[in-house]
Design a protein. Sequence first.
Lengths: 254, 287
Amino acid sequence: MSLLQVEGLGKYYNQQTKVLKDINFEVESGEFISIIGPSGAGKSSLLRCINRMVDISEGHVVFDGEDVGSMKKSELRRLRTNIGMIFQHYNLVPRLTVIENVLHGRFGYKSTLQGVLGRFTEDEKEKAFELLGKLGIADHAYKRCDQLSGGQQQRVGICRALIQEPKLILCDEPIASLDPNSSKIIMDYLRKITNEMGITCLVNLHQVDVAKEYADRIIGLNKGEIVFDGPSNMLYEDRIESIYGIQKRELITV
Amino acid sequence: MESNQLTVPVLIKRKRNGRINIRSGNKVDIVIKSTIWILALLTVMAFFFFDYTGLQWERAITETAYNLKVMFLEPALSHFSFSEAIHQVGITLGLGFLATILGAIIAFFLALMAAENLSKPIVSKIVRMLVAYIRAVPTVLWVLIFAIAAGLGSEAAVLGMLFHSVAYLVKAFSESFEEVNPGIIEALRATGSSWWHIVIHGVVPSTFTYMLSWTFLRFEINFSVAVAMGAAAGAGGIGFELFMASGFYFDLREVGFITYAILAIAVVLEIMSTRLKNRYFSNSANA
Ligand SMILES: Nc1ncnc2c1ncn2[C@@H]1O[C@H](COP(=O)(O)OP(=O)(O)OP(=O)(O)O)[C@@H](O)[C@H]1O
Ligand SMILES: [Mg+2]
C-alpha cells in the first residue's frame, strides 16, 4: 500500500475562495516529488493539509493507512513525529544553540514534563551530533542559530526534521531564500536523504529547472487544481505553460 | 522639477502658501492639534481664576527658596540613625521587589492565556478585559481596597502593587509573546511538540530578555510606588519616615536627607536597567 493517499482533497480558508479543489494523488515510499505552480496556487496549503497544520475541508488524506482528517490531538502529535517539515525561512529558535534546535525534533516523542525539562537521552544527543556531522555543520553545534548563514540554518532545519525519524519530509520552498550555491547543497542533501535513507520527500519549488533536475516526479498545481502529474522528464514546455499560464521563455529560470 | 510637477500634479498636496505638504493632514492630526491648543488655552485661563487673596509674592518666594535651601543643602537625620535609614530603604526596596517578583510569575501564566497566538480567542479576550480593568484603577486605589480586608499596612500595599503589576506585566508580556515569529511556533508544532513544549522551548527563549527588561522597569515603578505607599498606606519603609518627617515633625533637613536617599536608589536602578537593556537589547538587535 502506498505511503500517502490524497483523495478528493478540498481546502478553503473562507467560503468564497477554494484554495484546493479535488486533489487526488498517491505517493509511494521512497519517492522524491516536487510540487510546482505559480504563487497562490495552493502549494503550501497542500503540504499543510498532509500533516494537518491546517484543517482539511473536504476529502481524505490517508497517511500510512490512517485517516489524517479524523485524528484527535494525541494521534495528531504521533502523526507529526512521522512527518518532518522544512521551511523557507528555516524557522529555528534564533536564541538557542544549533544542537538545542536539532533536539526540538524529539519533542513529539516526549511527555509534557520530559519535554519541558529538556530531558534528552544520550542516544538522542549522539544521534543529533551524528546528523550534524552528516550535514557538515558539526563545528557549529554550540553556536547560536542566529550566527549561522542561511544555508547552514537550513541544514539545521533538515537535521531537526531527520531526528524525528520520519517516513515523509515536507519541504515548503526550502531554497527560496538561498543563493544558487547553497541551494544546490541543500537540494543535494534532500536527494541524498531519499536515496540513502529511503525517506520520501515532497518538495515545493519555484524553480522549474531545479524540480526537473532533482525530482523523479512532478506535480503541477494551478489555482488549486492538479494540472500535471507525471515523471519529470515528461514535463515538456507546453505543460509548463499550462501550469504557469505563460510561455516558458518568459519565466525567469535558475 | 518642472516636468515632475507636470506629470503628477494631482498627487501633491500643497499648503495655502504653495509649499508642498508632507503630512497627510488626516483626522488624527487635526484632533491632536486641537486638543493641544485647547489645553494650552485652558492652562493660561486658569491663572486668571485663581484666588490670590492673602498671597504675598515676595514672602512666598523667599520662604520657599529658604525651605528648599534647608532641605537640599543641609540634609541631616535627627529622628533616626543612618543605619536605620538604610534599613528603611531596604524595607521599601523589599516591598517593591516582592510585589514585582510575585507579579512577574503570575503575569507569565496569565500572559500565556492572553496572547492571541498561544490561546483560544475567547480566553484571550476575557483575560485582556480583566487586565485592562485592573490597570485602569490606580495602584493606590487597589492598596486602599485591599486595606479593607488586610488593614492598612505592608500586606495591603504589597497586594495592591501586586495586582497592578500583574495587570501591567500581562499586557507587556503577552505583547512580546505575540511578536514571536509565527514560523517558530509552526515549526515546533510540526514536529509534534505539545503546547507546553512550544511555550518553554520556543516562546520563552525568544522573549526572555524582553520579559526581564519589563520586569525590571516595573521594579523601578514599584519602588517609587512603595515610597508613596509607605506614606499613604502606612506600609512602612522610607516612605513612612518621609511622611513622618514632613507631616509630623516638620523637619526639612530630614526630608532632604530622605529625598537624597531615594534619589540615590533611583539612580542606581536606572543605571542597572540601562546596563541590562544594553546587554540584552543589543543582542536581540543582532538576532
Ligand atoms: N491562513 C490563511 N488564511 C486565509 N487564506 C489563506 C491562508 N493561507 C493561504 N491562504 C490563501 O490561499 C491561497 C493559496 O495559498 P498558498 O500559500 O497555499 O499558495 P502557494 O502556492 O504556497 O503560494 P506561494 O508560492 O506564494 O507560496 C492564497 O490565495 C492565499 O491567500
Ligand atoms: Mg507557499
